[in-house]
Write a protein that binds this ligand. Structure first.
Ligand code: FAD
Length: 408
């Protein structure tokens, strides 16, 4: 039987976005806010990021990840948020009805509203289809950091890092913490994904940065012994004892995949409108579950603003949802969040469309509403970088399409 929590808002995921939303909801007077977190402690990914910089946007000071995570938890608890740890959400159903497993066994919870804030994860070696043998020592940055900072382990002495997103530089920092100098940082594109001045960091850390280079195979029996790489000059091997497959984040939408909620195949997260409302209007979503990947500060703010909308929904309904999704034209456009716009343009926790591209592009983004051009925006960008496009300035938006006209 379902436990009735009709006065409560349930939040799935105790990371920056979930905890920010929970704290704000309590401060806005919502009587009961419960955060469900599958780990033994709440705080999300920053719990195992033992480095700076966290907290600048939110608290105006620079913190290491674990301090930031503790601060988030403490602030939420002081606001009266109930945090239930070691509770994994396994299913979502209309009602809303949320199935969980935890220390007191399986349960179904029936709250008033649900916010999904389960974050994002890096793409594993298997999903990247990297060839070769299957030795130990091929891990994501997240796994590296939890091994190092939560369990005090030293997984290798001379790894290579695949990727040049912000998180890849975080992998260099973690290696430095262990006194390790990576054998190389490898990037298939011709430039780093993270912006300058971060791109200078490998040079400062004396890590060779190999741009326009692919890993074609990983070798080793029990442990990694080398990787084969290919660039314009041909193929060669690099000796190493580990591979950090960094970045290429995907929303952690496992629990949605079995649910009735619509998933956007392009972003990998739930399909939402500008209010963060899912295809079932009793469910909302915020943070990196929406689009991989943003910083903790960005996710925190999104959660905070989502709380304003959810608190309002308890008083009066939002405009009717629209069934029209935004159409994207141009093969370089990877996805757009939100995927739908519901009528009148009230405040949105998402502050406009967030777009991503799937390769380096230069051109103009053109937005049309019912065929009429409403916005043009020049862009020159790389994958994983955020592009913001303001919502069209019409109270009753019609069919929206966004086109990327590339310049040669
Ligand atoms: C290795 C690494 C380094 C980073 N370094 C930085 C940095 O230096 N600065 C910065 O600003 N950002 C950094 N980031 C990004 C930052 O961590 C994220 O932007 C932020 O954590 C996103 O917050 P979130 O709440 O959306 O998700 P998360 O922090 O991922 O939190 C989601 C939570 O949901 C829980 N959860 C998931 N599924 C379920 C379920 N079914 N049931 C119950 N609980 C569930 C998870 O256990 C997790 O605690 C880094 C990320 C990584 C991976």
């Amino acid at each position: 039987m379902a436990e009735s929590l009709q006065d409560a808002i349930l939040i799935v995921g105790g990371g920056p976005s979930g905890l920010a939303a929970a704290t704000a909801l309590r401060r806005l007077g919502v009587p009961r806010v419960i955060v469900l977190e599958r780990e033994p402690m709440a705080g999300g990914i920053p719990r195992h990021c033992g480095h700076y910089p966290f907290g600048l946007r939110e608290y105006g000071r620079m913190m290491k990840g674990p301090d930031y995570a503790r601060h988030l938890v403490r602030t939420a608890q002081e606001a009266g948020v109930e945090i239930r740890t070691q509770v994994t959400v396994t299913d979502l159903a209309p009602g809303p009805a949320v199935s969980v497993t935890g220390p007191s066994g399986p349960q179904v919870l029936a709250p008033r509203l649900v916010l999904l804030a389960t974050g994002a994860r890096e793409t594993s070696r298997a999903a990247r289809l990297l060839g070769g043998t299957k030795p130990g020592g091929v891990i994501t940055t997240g796994t590296l950091q939890s091994m190092v900072y939560l369990h005090g382990q030293r997984p290798f002495r001379q790894p290579v890092i695949l990727g040049t997103e912000l998180v890849s530089f975080s992998a260099i920092l973690t290696c430095r913490h262990l006194g390790i100098r990576p054998a190389a940082m490898i990037e298939p594109n011709g430039r780093t994904t993270a912006r300058w001045p971060t791109a200078l960091f490998p040079r400062l850390a004396r890590v060779p940065l190999l741009l326009g280079t692919e890993i074609t195979a990983i070798h080793g029996r029990d442990r990694v012994t080398s990787v084969s790489v290919r660039d314009t000059r041909g193929s060669r091997d690099i000796a190493c004892d580990g591979v950090i497959v960094s970045g290429a984040f995907r929303p952690d939408a496992a629990v949605l995949q079995r649910s009735h909620l619509r998933i956007d195949p392009a972003s990998g997260g739930p399909e939402i409108d500008q209010y963060g409302r899912c295809s079932d209007p009793d469910y909302f979503a915020a943070g990196n579950l929406l689009r991989a990947v943003e910083t903790a500060g960005w996710s925190w703010r999104e959660g905070w603003r989502m709380a304003q909308i959810m608190a309002e929904v308890l008083q009066r309904p939002l405009p009717d949802p629209s069934e029209d999704t935004i159409t994207l034209n141009g093969d370089a456009l990877a996805y757009c969040v939100p995927q739908r716009l519901a009528g009148s343009g009230g405040p949105s926790p998402l502050r406009g469309f967030q777009l991503r591209v799937n390769r380096a592009v230069k051109g103009t983004l053109v937005m049309r509403v019912d065929g009429q051009i409403t916005t043009r925006k020049p862009v020159e960008t790389l994958p994983e970088r955020r592009i913001l496009l303001p919502y069209p300035d019409t109270r009753n938006a019609g069919k929206i399409d966004i086109t990327l006209d590339e310049t040669a």
